[in-house]
Design a binder for this molecule. Structure first.
Ligand code: LR7
Ligand code: MN
Length: 532
């Protein structure tokens, strides 16, 4: 048998013990070079993956407190693990499957459902099918989509075939650590409308190191251009946990406003009850925020379960593309926003003008009907109760708009397209007068913070030129810098008494100078466009 031979060849490439316990490992010589080339193509070093056993030992990453928790396996619901894949490296996919089989107690693992989203890679066809049939437990089932359907429809196809009481979704490049499944099932057993997410660790895409930095973890948020992002657990949630879990808050279920989307568990009945997925979402992206908002607004909770830890290989780019190179993330995000975000939708279009009236969005009536039927709460309720830390540039602020030099529209505050995930220098650019440019949208809050959606203005006083530095911040209290908009139209920094000045611009960057009420270069006003 040809496949038999190929499978034996694959196994003979693997070096026992390599990268065990999640330590990093490297190739050398010629292999290093082809490994790097495979990385450039796949976003994962496939040559290295091929050398690591499908059964490499997982690392020990569980918190001490988790080891004391006892689970009565026989009383837990059973799980169907659903893994969809599209053009994933064969050995990476198989390691994911083996790791589930190695770590999930067999009494609670009902099945593993693999859904091939119409991949074209040769080894994902016959060889994979043969491997699953001849080398893996009969609990592992493989289904193939008949055309490329996108991850939402592939997951729905998996969910339709599932027979366990809980659905567990995983990406096709994960490794589970021991004890990951019990805490997820146990929480759902306790509370059926809890949708639970493991703590997601990083498996390095070049060295396969399982990178776990201690026991801390982040929860999910979102940005107004429609992306998921990570944040520290807020004090508000820590307080709730102290009430809920007393002195064990490190391992307490942690409410999360959103989830990354790939790794989570949900009661099977509840999954269908709460509206599964929007089956008209194509390709990739957007479904994670859709499900997150829906769960919270329609009566469920979204929780990170710290005793459950799974590694995921984060790729820096997508190794696959979608038909006609469609922006499926953008289109799906509009579908989500139209159904769930009420007036807040405007903020999405403000950040993504290209998505306003996008021709490929389609009809969302049936999802609105679902929202009515489930009597879901408003997005405003969600923002106030589930994600009050999230700063909305146009709400509950003293002022917002573009900040323009008085009577000189060559100068508006602007991020100059720098990387806003890191501290950056505030600059000026010609004012965009006709549309609302997100790069020029600033707010002045009741806490006297001068900021954008994601960054707050500070002064860098380490150098002789005191640049204005925008630093990432979620809520206002993450910075101590406050500003007064004076009667001379200056922005005066309360801590140093200096004013924002555009004199002697160097590379269009603003700085702080001694306040001078007569100086024209210190006068700024908020302006709004008609659309605001
Ligand atoms: O057309 C497709 N069909 C598929 O079946 C495209 C993808 N897929 C599969 C793919 O093979 C993979 O197994 O779907 C899975 C997810 O795709 P990835 O791994 O390319 O996505 P990602 O890890 O970059 O992105 C995250 O956001 C996505 C938004 O649509 C999905 O929700 C992913 O599941 C999600 N991944 C995680 O949440 C893992 C944790 C990391 C983070 C952040
Ligand atoms: Mn992924």
């Amino acid at each position: 048998m040809a496949f038999e031979h190929e499978i034996e060849m694959d196994l003979s490439k693997q070096i026992p013990g390599l990268c065990d316990f999640g330590v990093e490992c490297f190739l050398s010589g010629e292999e290093m070079e082809i490994g790097e080339a495979s990385y450039a193509e796949n976003g994962i070093n496939v040559i290295l993956s091929d050398k690591i056993s499908y059964n490499r030992s997982p690392p020990y990453v569980q918190h001490e407190l988790c080891k004391n928790v006892h689970y009565d396996i026989l009383s837990l619901p059973t799980a169907s693990v659903i893994i969809t894949f599209y053009e994933e490296p064969y050995s990476v996919l198989l390691r994911t499957v083996h790791s589930v089989l190695n770590t999930a107690p067999s009494a609670i693992l009902k099945e593993i459902i693999l859904v091939d989203d119409f991949s074209s890679r040769r080894d994902l066809k016959g060889k994979l099918g043969y491997y699953v049939k001849t080398r893996l437990s009969s609990k592992v089932k493989l289904f193939r989509m008949r055309r490329q359907s996108g991850l939402v429809r592939a997951r729905l196809a998996g969910a339709q075939r599932a027979t366990g009481s809980v659905l567990v979704f995983l990406d096709a490049h994960c490794e589970c650590t021991s004890g990951w499944l019990q805490p997820l099932l146990s929480r759902i057993h306790q509370s059926r409308s809890s949708v639970v997410v493991p703590l997601i660790d990083v498996i390095n895409q070049k060295t396969f190191e399982y990178e776990s930095d201690g026991y801390g973890f982040d929860i999910g948020g979102f940005t107004l251009d429609g992306h998921f992002d990570w944040h520290d657990v807020p004090e508000r949630e820590r307080e709730r946990q102290r009430r809920e879990c007393k002195d064990e808050i490190e391992i307490c279920p942690t409410y999360s406003p959103t989830m990354a989307g790939g790794l989570f568990a949900i009661s099977r009945d509840y999954f269908w009850e709460i509206g599964s997925y929007d089956e008209q979402m194509d390709g990739w992206g957007g479904e994670n925020l859709e499900m997150s908002f829906r769960i919270w607004m329609c009566g469920g909770t979204l929780e990170t379960i710290p005793c459950s830890r799974i590694g995921h290989i984060f790729r820096e780019f997508h190794p696959y593309s979608f038909p006609n190179d469609k922006d499926t993330h953008g289109i799906n995000t509009v579908r989500m926003a139209k159904v769930w975000m009420d007036d807040y939708q405007e903020l999405l279009y403000m950040n993504r003008p290209d998505l306003r009236n996008h021709p490929d969005v389609g009809d969302v009536t049936h999802r609105k009907v679902l929202r009515d039927k489930l009597k879901c709460k408003s997005f405003e309720w969600y923002m106030q109760n589930i994600y009050p830390e999230k700063f909305i540039p146009t709400r509950n602020v003293q002022n917002y708009g573009r900040i323009s030099a008085i009577e000189d529209d060559r100068f508006c505050f602007d991020d100059l397209q720098q990387n806003i995930d890191e501290p950056y220098n505030l600059g000026v650019y010609s004012c965009y007068k006709h549309d609302i440019a997100p790069s020029q949208l600033f707010s002045y809050t009741y806490n006297k913070v001068l900021r954008t959606e994601r960054s707050c203005a500070t002064i860098d006083d380490r150098r002789s030129t005191k640049y204005i530095v925008m630093i990432p911040c979620n809520s206002d209290d993450e910075v101590t810098d406050t500003w007064v908009h004076t009667s001379f139209n200056q922005f005066k920094h309360e801590q140093t008494g200096l004013c924002i000045d555009r004199k002697n611009l160097d590379k269009n960057l603003l700085h702080a100078a001694v306040c001078d009420s007569l100086s024209k270069t210190q006068k700024w006003e908020f302006q709004k466009t008609k659309k605001q």
